[in-house]
Design a protein around this ligand. Structure first.
Ligand code: AOF
Ligand code: ZN
Length: 365
């Protein structure tokens, strides 16, 4: 039964996808005398926490009830008063928690306060599922840097475009639709200027029948080569666009881009290139908690080398195009020895029509 109710809490949490950023996805249910009497979740950033959302539905009267909540209740005054106070006030006698809150302001304090008030606390129920659900939050709240997902789509022979540069499309509709759902959840989407010059992409979210949220576009462009007529510049007033550059950028071009609504961000220089680690700190300060990295090969290698990639989403389409000069998902200078390879672990595999998706996490050295 513990798992059944926690499963419900986790399902409720998912209703907040893309809307609670940079706060976590949290769900809660309250069970009294064997009946589920209230459900709640965190709907949007700044709104009621899941625990309070559930408690409000039963007027904070839950004497002797059990609350199942996917994250440890908070103990701090943030945008809202601490949830532990609401739980104590409503006379709940037992709280079942999936995972401890990684937020340093809470980190076990919520559990301790509940126990000090004689409330029985059980932790670790469906902990793995809860941690996966909040992988972005865990990274962001503990490091203040965004969780980065590197997405690639290649043919069976490992190419992301033909020798002529044609790439529309490698994967079929279902796989591409899945990527748009991810764009709808992340705070940012990042590409190198090479992709802007080659494909002139929109980098927006295109999904049907759902609330659409467009991620902030982040273009890594150390010499400021992005054309003023690029799609990402032309639409900068409707969907925010950040161009990341260095001191080498021309002042005149910076002014022109700014007038068109583009935010210019300069990082510390690194041999005339953008310093990606410094960039992550600066984007974190702008509350960007998650980034989808959508290529090309040069930037992909740099992001891996810089150690900023957390997760891989690698699509493989059952097509073969050949061509020695056709580019691959990860270019750059490359490793000399296999023992130095980037290792992807905790692999999962899914299929979308005929395309295969391999998901995994970059092993930290
Ligand atoms: C949420 N929703 O359902 C729970 C959270 O800025 P505040 O006041 O909304 O507080 C955010 C912190 O509260 C968050 O970092 C996490 O530690 C804790 N729990 N947050 O947004 C919730 N239960
Ligand atoms: Zn709370």
């Amino acid at each position: 039964m513990e798992k059944y109710y926690m499963g419900k809490a986790l399902d409720l949490a998912k209703l907040g996808w893309g809307k609670t950023r940079p706060n976590p996805l949290v769900g809660a249910v309250i069970v009294k005398d064997g009946y589920l009497v209230a459900e709640g979740y965190h709907h949007y950033y700044g709104g009621d926490h899941a625990e309070v959302d559930a408690l409000k539905k039963i007027d904070y009267t839950a004497k002797g009830a059990t609350m199942y909540v996917s994250l440890e209740p908070c103990s701090h005054y943030g945008k809202t008063p601490p949830c532990v106070e609401a739980i104590i006030k409503s006379k709940i006698s037992r709280v079942v928690i999936a995972m401890e809150d990684p937020n340093p302001q809470v980190a076990g304090k919520g559990i301790r306060i509940l126990r000090e008030h004689g409330i029985e606390v059980v932790t670790g129920v469906m902990e793995e599922e809860a941690k996966k659900l909040n992988e972005v939050f865990i990274k962001y709240i503990t490091t203040e840097k965004p969780f980065c997902i590197l997405k690639t789509a290649m043919t069976l022979d490992g190419k992301i475009a033909t020798t002529e540069g044609d790439s529309k499309w490698i994967t079929a509709e279902d796989a591409r639709a899945y990527v748009h759902h991810i764009r709808n959840r992340v705070a940012g989407i990042m590409v190198g200027v090479g992709t802007v010059l080659q494909d002139n992409p929109q980098l927006n979210t295109r999904i049907l029948n759902k609330e659409v949220r467009h991620p902030t576009r982040i273009i890594v462009d150390s010499k400021l080569r992005t054309p003023l007529h690029a799609n990402v510049v032309k639409t900068a007033k409707e969907q925010s666009t950040i161009i990341v550059t260095t001191e080498e950028a021309s002042k005149d071009k910076i002014d022109k881009l700014r007038t068109l609504g583009v935010q210019i961000l300069k990082t510390k220089g690194r041999d005339g290139k953008v310093d990606l680690e410094d960039l992550m700190i600066k984007l974190g300060q702008q509350k960007i908690d998650s980034i989808l990295l959508e290529g090309g090969g040069t930037l992909n290698y740099s992001t891996l080398e810089a150690g900023i990639v957390d997760k891989m989403l690698s699509f493989i389409a059952p097509k073969i195009i050949g061509g020695q000069a056709a580019i691959t998902p990860v270019e750059g200078i490359g490793k000399s020895l296999i023992k130095d390879a980037f290792i992807v672990e905790n692999i999962g595999i899914q299929q979308f029509q005929r395309d295969i998706l391999i998901e995994g996490y970059i092993r930290r050295k």
